[in-house]
Design a protein around this ligand. Structure first.
Ligand SMILES: Cc1ncc(COP(=O)(O)O)c(C=O)c1O
Length: 365
């Protein structure tokens, strides 16, 4: 006989209304041009692959360093050396991607019913985690030009999430705005800088000016390591200490730590390679802007947000591009129906996208 269970009785109450995060499509078969999930189009440079290969040895049998000591040291001493940031090793936390860091921040600060502030539109995971942890979510619509509205300077709550550059529109919020929010907000301001390496600004220097800020960074985008899941956060050591208390013991894996260390060693070469993404962003934007009925928002990230004047055309582009095996991102959400988000690919990917776009535009625009 098989013993029974009643999942409805056993499940946490709030999972009944919970909708999980919907990741962009990751097709398993070959042949797709993937411009939908903001991955770096270039694989890790050969030096990094070599370091990963060398690391595949007896050490795989052992647990990784739970404190990611070497990685923290190198991030501070090498990667951020010129960034005018905090220099204490205890001001840095390494996570299993920056997504895990967001989860840990909720674990540290949010009791059921605590208020969090998020902006709309922005990265969808903030709201998903807010719901999961039973937070009271105050969602503030960004202004039409995606800037922060004045009402944000008078809100209260425990956590405020700012994504800079903001996903999906790609624009950064200036440091004056972020610092002003740190001053007015009574809780912690989390600045998610997953895409900051593609812009010419960062708020890292604000760590010296505000105690209530956490800056969250990723190795997934600018360092091409999305699959190895490494992110890091910088904050006051008192905050980092609490994050360490709640994290799972071995949250990051050995190969991820090795690969991230290698990225830091070769960061000049990688950032040089990323310049191609930045120049392609400009080329793609200029070309697309020339189409009637289409405008491209200025972006500081490795993706662009394209607006269609006629909302009814947007999905036609999404479907036809899909037919041509090109994946881009569309958000079926208020205010976003007439936009598509396109990740910057290699020159070849982008040409393929442009050719396809032209063909579809001939039909519909
Ligand atoms: C704004 C933002 N933050 C964080 C992440 C997740 O990054 P990671 O791979 O470091 O978890 C993403 C991924 O798309 C993102 O867009």
């Amino acid at each position: 006989m098989v013993y029974k269970m009643d999942l409805n009785v056993l499940l946490r109450e709030n999972l009944k209304k919970f909708t999980s995060y919907e990741p962009g499509e990751q097709p398993t078969e070959e042949g797709w041009t993937k411009l939908n999930t903001n991955e770096n189009p270039y694989p890790p440079i050969p030096e990094i692959l070599e370091d990963i290969k060398k690391a595949i040895n007896d050490k795989l049998r052992l647990y990784p360093d739970p404190t990611s000591f070497e990685l923290r040291k190198e991030i501070l001493n090498v990667l951020l050396r010129d960034k005018d940031t905090l220099t204490n090793r205890n001001s840095i936390f390494i996570g299993n991607g920056s997504d895990e860091i967001l989860d840990i921040i909720f674990k540290v600060f949010i009791d059921p019913g605590d208020e969090i502030i998020i902006f709309y539109p922005s990265y969808g995971l903030y709201k998903v985690l807010g719901t999961l942890y039973n937070a009271k979510i105050k969602e503030i619509p960004l202004n039409e030009d995606f800037s922060i509205p004045d009402s944000a300077y008078s809100v209260k709550g425990k956590l405020m999430f700012i994504n800079s550059p903001n996903n999906p529109n790609g624009k950064s919020f200036g440091n004056a705005t972020i610092l002003k929010l740190c001053g007015s907000f009574p809780g912690i301001v989390v600045v998610d800088e997953a895409y900051a390496d593609f812009s010419n600004q960062t708020c890292l220097s604000l760590l010296k000016k505000a105690k209530n800020i956490i800056v969250n960074r990723s190795f997934s985008k600018s360092f091409s390591l999305a699959s190895l899941r490494i992110g890091f956060a910088l904050a006051d050591p008192e905050i980092i200490k609490e994050m360490n208390r709640v994290k799972l013991p071995y949250n990051t894996n050995y190969l991820g730590q090795i690969a991230a260390l290698s990225c830091i060693k070769h960061n000049n070469k990688i950032f040089e390679q990323n310049k191609k993404i930045i120049s392609e962003r400009q080329r793609l934007s200029d070309k697309l802007d020339k189409f009637n009925g289409v405008s491209v928002l200025s972006s500081d990230a490795n993706f662009i947000f394209i607006k269609f004047e006629d909302k009814s055309k947007t999905l036609k582009f999404v479907w036809d591009l899909r037919e041509m095996k090109i994946l881009i991102r569309h958000f079926s959400k208020p205010g976003l129906y007439n936009y598509i988000r396109v990740t910057i690919g290699t020159e070849e990917d982008n040409d393929k996208f442009l050719d396809a776009f032209k063909e579809i535009a001939n039909k519909y625009l």
